[in-house]
Design a protein around this ligand. Sequence first.
Ligand code: B12
Ligand code: SF4
Length: 374
Amino acid sequence: MRVLLIYPKRDPDSNVRTQFSMERVHELTFWPLRGKSYGLQFNGLEALASLTPDWVDLTVVNENLREVDLDANVDLVAITVMVTNATRAYQIADHFRRRKIKVVMGGYHPFMIPQNSLVHADAICTTEAEYVWEQMLTDARDGKLKQIYEQTHKTDMTKMLHLSRVKRWEWLHQVSLTLQASRGCPFSCDFCSIVQMLGHDMRYKSPENLCRELEVIFKNDIMGRIFYRPIFFVDDNIFGHPKTMKELLRAIIKLRARYPHFKPVFGSQMTINVYKDKEALALLEEAGFYNIFMGLESQDPETLRSYNKLHNIAFKYDDAIQTMREHGMEVIASFIFGTDSDTLASFDAAYDFFDRCNVLYPYFNILTPTANQW
Ligand code: B12
Ligand code: SF4
């Protein structure tokens, strides 16, 4: 069975620019290769590809790197959908369905608003997919697709191994490769959909399995041997269970010692309280972490309270940025604007903070409710 697995680009007719409009910047500045380059490798496609059985002839296309062949001779089209690329995903889906080719979808958008995706797909997955992906493929092959697939249990990450398919040439066009060490987050920020899908329990991969995944990159990636290789752990809060994160970091440090010529630069997302944990900071530094995404959201305790982001209130943002920097890490400091308590002064205060702390990577979001989030 021939399956085309697609990560669609954003709505090509939209003028909204994001970090994914970076191709031009990459071309103009440091990217040494001609042709398209793209920010982060999309981990969802890698995860699905690694779970795909051998009887499937799989083609994976990230549309930001390569055109989707709309005339492709395939038996099934599988699309990963997030809110920002849903319009484009539906265009692609409608096209293939007009050609009488079955289309399945999964990812955060079908999880949040399944009724929306079902208009354009023959079947959708509304949960993590580790335990249903093979079933979907089998049912598609046998002409027995159901409309909705969902896992009754969360994926057991301790047993999970997502071994990347080696794509040396494509990796060169990817500014950052990605892995995932954990799922879940112990906190309950009001605006966040992560815990709705992935839950509060921290589920980590075993150090052995994570290192096996990392080793595939260390062994095969050209970039890390010649220059350096950014690798982003797409975890939502890798510091969610500090003790386990530290075990993983120790394993990574050991693995790195076996590949002295490979230069990884790691990044991930974690909560601000990490800057108070000296042991964690030392391990992150030794393992080679550089860019850390932190949801700071607002400097106003009232706003943080309204977000139920209570764990941010007790900490000093300036000290956090400085302490992380002292350990070789830059913070991607993410703010949200749009609560009722925000005023014009909130923008000035944010600007002052970014300026005062010389934040290299400011990141802004507009608070946007979606279905099931009111
Ligand atoms: C890493 C990341 C980024 C990175 C890189 C994005 C990328 N290209 O990889 C950066 C920081 C750049 C980014 C940017 C943005 N992101 Co982001 N990001 C993530 C994050 C943390 C991890 C994504 C990931 O790789 N997960 C790991 C994989 C394995 O999980 P998965 O994709 O869910 O896939 C599993 C299942 O969903 C399912 N599945 C997925 N696809 C398919 C397809 C089929 C056919 C099937 C059967 C199953 C299936 O199987 C997989 C295995 O279980 C997620 C949160 C999260 N935990 O997923 C947010 C998340 C995807 N991002 C989100 C948002 C909103 C954004 C931004 C709009 C933020 C902004 N304001 O700019 C931008 C938009 C980017 C864009 N392309 O338009 C939202 C999307 C919400 C939604 N409803 O769609 C999320 C869910 C976070 C959140 N809750 O707010 N993001
Ligand atoms: S700390 Fe981050 S991942 Fe956890 S609930 Fe809050 S916003 Fe979501």
